[in-house]
Design a protein around this ligand. Structure first.
Ligand code: HAM
Length: 410
């Protein structure tokens, strides 16, 4: 028997309905803040992803060559593609651009609970606004979205200026190595790397910085940092807006395009794979041939949110079964159409079963049955049976529709 590929999942209808329910809560928050949905291809030129992160990233991606010899990759994330699209399609559009997306990403990772090879991100990108309030708006949306889903979470906000200030004497490649250790919270590796670089004392300053919980403490350790005033302003706006967050200057972010504010969300009830959101301010456009536009965004790991939420009850839809004899079939089709036109989920027998077998099946799958035999076909009335109570009555079609609608609205 063939199985699905490793790290992928199938979703049955109950689960899909639960996912759509949560997805729409996220869409609704995006809409209220004015973020409009965009869509980019599932695969891109490999170069889009290697340009900033180097060839090493290919180990973590699905990379392939198409029949025309082009090197392509399934998207491991969507930010780079959105910025490419901005340069291709919307460079001259009035700024700022407020965009969002909900789409699947592919990463060649070792699968475990909450870590998949195909997973979905709900993301937001704000392009072309380089202000404190812009950074704050994106963080506010992140918090609102997590609130809307109902997950219990911690939101941690940091800024790369502090770490970069401590690491200012290192070459960019060395900085990246150090940041990678910090991102993975690999403090042993960090100590070793810094010792190799001849900077063992940096380990202590970095450890002190990471444990700071206020801006004042961080400034005391690092001294003045570029953009200090803007950081103060952003945090002030978040406080005024009542956003619940804590400061964490150890956030390094794995993707190396971030330039300023960075933030991450963690589900309180998840273990190893508990990071449910990540984002920050970044600059990518200049790498893809565009102007050096400031952007800020984040992506929610939708699948991890669903794991954190556990069982979300699927949307309760009233189900009507049309049960008919051969003589009643023509009229049954008209009756089914009438119910569907009013928005009621209506299912007809497709198995050519007898009336008794149709009713037995309906009692397992539906709330109501409309029975149409020879008598109903001739009289123009229908027999409506409530499959929960067993109550049965003969009504005209409009009254039957009204009763089923009233049941759905109760
Ligand atoms: P990221 O932190 O790499 O950021 O991914 C965002 C979120 O996707 C993570 O916090 C996590 O919840 C989820 N995620 C990542 N890998 C997996 C996986 N293998 N299985 C399940 N969920 C996963 C980005 O992708 C950036 N593009 C975010 C961003 C948008 N920055 C600016 N704009």
């Amino acid at each position: 028997m063939l199985q699905k590929p490793r790290g992928t999942r199938d979703f049955l209808p109950d689960e899909m309905e639960a996912r759509r329910t949560v997805e729409w809560k996220l869409r609704e928050v995006a809409r209220r803040f004015g973020y409009r949905e965009v869509c980019t291809p599932a695969f891109e030129d490999l170069e889009l992803f290697t340009q900033r992160s180097g060839e090493g990233i290919t180990n973590e991606m699905y990379v392939f060559e198409d029949k025309g010899g082009r090197k392509l990759a399934l998207r491991p994330e969507i930010t780079a593609a959105v910025i490419r699209m901005y340069i291709n399609e919307a460079k001259v559009a009035p700024k700022p651009l407020r965009w969002c997306y909900f789409a699947d990403c592919f990463r060649y990772e070792r699968p475990q609970k909450g870590r998949y090879r195909q997973f979905w991100q709900f993301g937001v990108e704000l392009i072309g606004a380089d202000t404190a309030i812009a950074d704050a708006e994106v963080i506010m949306i992140a918090a609102e979205m997590l609130n809307a889903t109902g997950v219990t979470y911690d939101l941690k906000v940091g800024h790369l200026s502090f770490m970069k200030q401590l690491l200012r004497d290192l070459e960019p490649a060395a900085q990246r190595r150090v940041m990678a250790h910090l991102d993975k919270k690999d403090f042993d590796g960090l100590g070793q790397t810094l010792a190799e670089m001849g900077k063992p004392d940096l380990a202590q300053s970095l450890t002190n910085l990471i444990s700071c919980r206020t801006l004042a403490e961080a400034l005391e350790i690092v001294g003045a940092v570029p953009g200090e005033e803007r950081i103060t302003q952003t945090l002030g706006i978040l406080d005024a807006a009542g956003v619940r967050y804590s400061l964490n200057f150890g956030i390094a972010r794995g993707l190396d395009y971030y330039t300023g504010m960075v933030f991450e969300g963690f589900a309180q009830n998840l273990g190893a794979e508990n990071q449910i959101l990540g984002g920050g301010a970044y600059r990518l456009a200049h790498l893809f041939g565009g102007d050096d536009v400031a952007s800020c965004g984040f992506a929610i790991g939708f699948d991890r949110v669903m794991v954190s939420l556990g069982n979300v009850p699927p949307k309760k839809d009233t189900v009507l079964a049309i049960v008919c004899t051969n003589e009643g079939r023509r009229r049954a089709l008209d009756v089914a159409r009438a119910f569907r036109e009013t928005g009621i989920r209506t299912e007809m027998d497709l198995m050519e079963r007898g009336l008794g077998a149709q009713l037995a099946h309906a009692s397992k799958t539906a709330d109501y049955a409309v029975v149409i035999g020879k008598r109903e076909a001739e009289s123009g009335e229908v027999t409506l049976k409530n499959l929960h109570t067993g109550e049965q009555k003969t009504l005209d079609l409009a009254a039957a529709v009204a009763e089923v609608k009233a049941y759905g609205a109760r």
